[in-house]
Design a protein around this ligand. Sequence first.
Ligand SMILES: [Fe+2]
Length: 227
Amino acid sequence: MGHVEQITNTINMLLDGASNQFSQPDDIPLSVALDSPNIHHFLVAVQSARPVDAAGNPWSASYVYDSGNLVLNMLYNLMLEATGRLQKCRLYEMCSNKAFRATVSYLIVRDLVHEKVFAKALETLGVNWGKALPVPRINTDKMPEVKDLERKNLHNIMWTFANNGETNGMAKIFKGDSPFDDGGTLEVIDGFPEGAEIPLFPESPPEFSPGLDTELKKLAQQVQIAG
Ligand SMILES: [Fe+2]
């Protein structure tokens, strides 16, 4: 879910303010929506992310696949992580915006870790996955943001996502040399990665949002202060 939040906030930050650059009375504040690849970001979601793919197809529970066989499931997940990383590398090449590249680079690096987790799990089950599934190594040498994150070893670290004292089997599997030929050493860290503040976005008058009257606004502010 952390990655979904990162992607959502990045999309929101990129869309925020897209409609506000108008100053003349005859300007059309939401005309930018007509140039957007997905008009629903403006028409439905008020300049924010939606749970759909880039073509507008809604997320579906049918994406959750289970063959009933552990090895096949692990192979499937390794393939999905490798495919996800490949597509993020393509996304990196589509836009030079700094916020966009910071998020995409982080996800490129973390997908590499996820590939390694499933590779190590398969090795634990005695599967010589590299012979059966020669996962291609997508070269990210020309992506400075990716290199910076790899210098912090973020392509070899997994967190347990457990509170102190709780046991977690991750360290039994995710240890030793990286299963890929990249010279890394795998590392498990107890607890959770450091989070970040979720930005609050300003009102959007051209889209009549959030559309609170004075009383509702007061109640919303009270909840924010209490939180
Ligand atoms: Fe991933």
